[in-house]
Design a protein around this ligand. Structure first.
Ligand code: FAD
Length: 472
């Protein structure tokens, strides 16, 4: 059947669903998107969800695919590195890459989502229906049951195929699980830590109260605070803290005095920037963080999970949205080859993509420990300095794990993980019995070259060992 006669039903008009709707609209399909919440362009519904996000190269591939690079750039604030804050208020900027053109961006979730909705709706073949919650999906008959939040009516929609981009609590995923019609494997693992959003408001002239072009981190071992800039001069601040462990946790921070005491002791320089702390703390919800893995993502050529519904991850690599946008790119490439054969497209997409989304899920957990703890460790800082020098002097040869994951979009997350972890091992082994001189310049470049060779050889050896041990 031709594209323009095929009906595609998308559940969820979040970041992934709205990008997918736009792309499918560009390809000429009849697209109907059903979103349970009101239209975010008309109502303020951002409270309680991450207000801004780190947006990087893999996500930008999706944006390039639909031709929106320029418009998205206008929403972006470049962040060149991590600005670390110690307990005494000292700061230290650690760049994300030794290549100056590599940085990540802070972007407004609402602004980006609204742009994608606007652009999708420009296509007459794309219709977005708000306030319609999917209650279940009959994946054998390719129909979905919805409830209209305004009229309270229930209705059933059918389509040639249904793609669920309805996030971590996906209705389609639940239908797979409850349907018991095929072997469906599913795991959901919560972190012991939850998160709460706070804010650093602009100064009285509308300017930024602290350095604008960085992702700020206050690492404290068992917990941390981070802050990302917004275009209006504010920062969205997120506290990651255990629910019930340690001297301070979400369950025992129950009074304004205790919250203030906690910040005074652990984050005094942040507290100075946040006279609104106590109000934010008690007004904003505390939310859990978890990883969802499942398989299969599709049922024949009828239904498919995509984005967080297939692979929700913890936010510490700043890759959840980026991975979901990359899903759309990979899906589109497969569609190009097998257009009209949904079963082939869904099967191939799930097969090629899952290994990469499993990898970023695991990397994101690693980065939780790296951000709250390791970044403050002198050995880690030495490692980052070496990596910066290598990337700076050998920009076409050396890529740190962070760069492989974040900036090297030609390779998948899994390859980035295997190579990056092996490199990390090689560098850390080297640093144990060697003192490293930095900075590097023309006078000691030979030494840096030797270091590069050593790391490359050891990385190869680690990768070989891991292969023999069956680790990949
Ligand atoms: P969602 O954005 O969750 O969208 C799902 C949509 O479906 C929503 O609009 C929802 O209302 C709708 N929906 C849900 N159920 C139904 C239903 N039954 N019927 C109809 N509609 C439904 N990612 C990054 O790349 N960088 C970051 O810096 C980053 N930071 C994060 C910080 C935090 C605290 C969190 C929690 C996540 C962060 N992420 C980040 C991850 C990112 O938010 C997600 O990966 C991304 O939103 C996934 O997009 P999605 O469209 O699949 O799901």
């Amino acid at each position: 059947m031709k594209n323009n006669q095929q009906n595609v039903l998308i559940i969820g008009a979040g970041l992934c669903g709205s990008l997918l709707a736009l792309r499918m609209g560009q390809r000429g399909y009849n697209v109907n998107v059903y979103e349970m919440r009101p239209d975010l362009r008309k109502t303020d519904i951002s409270a309680g969800r991450s207000i801004n996000l780190a947006f990087s190269d893999r996500g930008n591939k999706g944006i390039k695919l639909v031709g929106l690079e320029k418009k998205v750039q206008e929403l972006c604030i470049p962040m060149n590195g991590r600005m670390l804050h110690d307990k005494d208020g000292n700061t230290f900027l650690s760049n994300y890459s030794g290549r100056t053109h590599e940085y990540i961006n802070s972007i407004s979730r609402g602004g980006l989502n609204a742009l994608l909705l606007d652009e999708a709706e420009k296509h007459p073949n794309v219709k977005i229906h708000f306030n319609k919650k999917c209650k279940s999906v009959d994946f054998e008959n390719t129909t979905a049951l919805f409830k209209d939040y305004l009229t309270k009516d229930e209705f059933i929609e059918d389509a040639d195929c249904i793609i669920a981009t309805d996030g971590a609590g996906s209705a389609l995923r639940k239908s797979y699980y409850l349907g018991k019609k095929f072997l469906f494997s599913f795991s959901q693992n919560y972190l012991t830590h939850g998160y709460k959003e706070l804010a650093i408001l602009p100064d009285k002239n509308g300017g930024y109260k602290t350095y604008k072009n960085a992702l700020h981190i206050w690492p404290r071992g068992e917990f941390m605070v981070i802050a990302l800039p917004n275009l209006d001069g504010s920062f969205t601040v997120t506290l990651f803290l255990s629910y019930d462990e340690g001297e301070y946790n979400f369950n025992n921070l129950t009074t304004p005095e205790r919250v203030t005491e906690f910040f005074k002791k652990e984050f005094p320089d942040a507290l100075e920037l946040m006279p609104n702390l106590v109000d934010d703390f008690f007004e904003n919800p505390t939310a859990p963080l978890g990883t969802v893995k499942c398989t299969p993502w599709h049922y024949k050529g009828n239904t498919l999970l995509m984005g967080d519904s297939a692979h929700a991850i913890v936010p510490f690599y700043g890759q959840g949205m980026n991975a979901s946008f990359e899903d759309v790119v990979e899906f589109d490439a497969i569609l190009e080859n097998h257009d009209g054969d949904w079963e082939k497209v869904f099967t191939e997409f799930s097969k090629t993509r899952k290994k990469d989304t499993d990898a970023i899920a695991d990397l994101a957990i690693d980065n939780f420990h790296e951000m709250k703890d390791h970044v403050a460790n002198p050995l880690f800082q030495k490692k980052r300095k070496i990596e910066m020098a290598l990337e700076n002097h050998f920009p076409n040869t050396y890529f740190s794990k962070y760069s492989l994951v974040t900036f090297n979009e030609e390779i998948g997350y899994r390859e980035a993980m295997l190579q990056g972890r092996a490199q990390d091992k090689a560098i850390l082994n080297m640093l144990v019995d060697r003192d490293i001189n930095t900075p590097y310049d023309e006078s000691n470049i030979d030494e840096l070259h030797q270091i590069l060779e050593k790391i490359q050889n050891e990385t190869k050896a680690v990768l070989e060992d891991d292969k023999i041990a069956g680790l990949h």
